[in-house]
Design a binder for this molecule. Structure first.
Ligand code: PGA
Ligand code: ZN
Length: 408
């Protein structure tokens, strides 16, 4: 039973406020959960409630904290530790389509804390509690070059990821780390800066996406791996950020492209490089271009909806009905509760959309996505590059889980 809870304002990895909840239960234990925050957010995401006053440049979350302490708390005190029940109470209390009354940062922090408590009441670790029959380790998509809204590299594409598919998770992590460090050496040798962006990847001021891709392929090879066999490449264009509504064009590096030209550009990249996945290739409302791209490239690569679907089953259903995309990013804070996150995940799996669980660019030290990946058998995880503690903590949790699974 829940006997008390307290919400507090903590900081995320960018030094911006976010919500943490500590839940106290009748087993004399407490459970802590915190929520991440995005920089290139989709407009259909659930609302992240921020104060908008003079504190923290308007980014304070004291309203969300107050909503937990004064509205949610009285409604769930003395209730059983049951995620579905507690989520339903909060969804009703909120009563809006996008959690705009309570804030998705308020509801998710509570939902996650309840989930952690429920696992412990069952005497299980979170990943084990979430798993029905089997548990699998995900393939990481590691964001080694940062552009777009995550860095001032000048690169238009937000994320250039390496995807090691070698057999064990610990070997995937090793490959990622080795390639990351080789890449650093290569960039440094050519006089580029090797300071890292928000997700721990390098942010060199390269001239084009092509150049970034060439460096990555070289780094894979020089680390002793075979591109297109051991290690693939994935892109997150986050195209809403480079879209001009007035001209219906996209600025990719120095080129301005129509949707049709952009599709041709993607096809050329896919022919030239070992790319297995492109995320948000068009701006969030251009489902038509996303659909055309799926008919052209959908049997070759993953076409991933992030801002398109925002972990919302209704938005995903639109994609399913239109045949737009074949994969989906799962971010719990886009929808605001654990139950609704799992509902979208189930819908995706049922319709053969490949799920990819994901961090946000503003993260905390909470590693729940690692447990979700394993317990819910999510085949891919995006949790950044091979640096910065808030990214590495997710990888380290996956190492611990793999070790335990091997002993079973
Ligand atoms: P965000 O970016 O967390 O800054 O929104 C991540 C992504 O677009 O996948
Ligand atoms: Zn994205």
């Amino acid at each position: 039973m829940i006997i008390d809870l307290i919400a507090r304002e903590i900081l995320d990895c960018r030094g911006n406020p976010t919500v943490e909840v500590e839940l106290f239960c009748d087993n004399n234990k407490s459970y802590i959960a915190s929520v991440p925050s995005g920089a290139s957010t989709g407009s259909r995401e659930a609302l992240e409630l921020r104060d908008g006053d003079e504190r923290y440049h308007g980014k304070g979350v004291l309203k969300a904290v107050k909503n937990v302490n004064e509205i949610i708390k009285p409604a769930i005190i003395n209730k059983k530790v049951n995620v579905l029940d507690i989520d339903n109470i909060m969804i009703k209390l909120d009563g809006t389509e996008n959690k705009s009354k309570l804030g998705a940062n308020a509801t998710l922090a509570v939902s996650l804390a309840v989930l952690k408590a429920a696992a412990d009441y069952d005497n299980k670790e979170l990943w084990k509690y979430l798993s029905t029959s089997k548990a699998t380790l995900p393939i990481p998509m590691m964001n080694v070059i940062n552009g777009g809204a995550h860095a001032d590299s000048g690169l238009a594409i937000q994320e250039f990821m390496i995807v090691p598919v070698v057999s064990k998770f610990k070997e995937r992590l090793r490959a990622g780390s080795e390639i990351f460090h080789t890449l650093k050496t290569l960039l440094k040798k050519d006089g580029y800066h090797v300071a890292v962006g928000d997700e721990g990847g390098f942010a060199p001021s390269l001239k084009s996406s092509d150049e970034a891709l060439r460096y990555i392929v070289k780094a894979i090879e020089q680390s002793g791996y075979v591109p297109g066999k051991d290690v693939f490449i994935a892109l997150d264009v986050a195209a809403s950020e480079v879209y001009n509504k007035d001209t219906n064009t996209y600025r990719i590096d120095s080129r301005l492209m129509t949707p049709r030209e952009l599709l041709k550009y993607y096809s050329e990249l896919v022919d030239k490089y070992p790319i297995i996945s492109i995320e948000d290739p068009f701006y969030e409302n251009d489902f038509d271009s996303f659909k055309i791209m799926t008919s052209v490239l959908g049997n070759k690569i993953m076409l991933v909806g992030d801002d398109f679907f925002v972990t919302n089953s209704k938005c995903l259903q639109k994609g399913i009905d239109m045949n737009a995309g074949n994969a989906i990013i799962i971010k719990a804070n886009q929808i605001g509760t654990v139950s609704e996150t799992i509902e979208t995940l189930i819908l995706a799996k049922k319709n053969n959309y490949i799920p990819i669980i994901s961090h946000r660019s503003g993260e905390t030290e909470d590693t729940f996505i690692s447990d979700f990946a394993v317990g819910l058998c999510i085949p891919y995880i995006k949790t950044g590059s091979l640096s910065r503690g808030e990214r590495i903590s997710k990888y380290n949790q996956l190492l611990r889980i793999e070790e335990k699974l091997e002993k079973l």
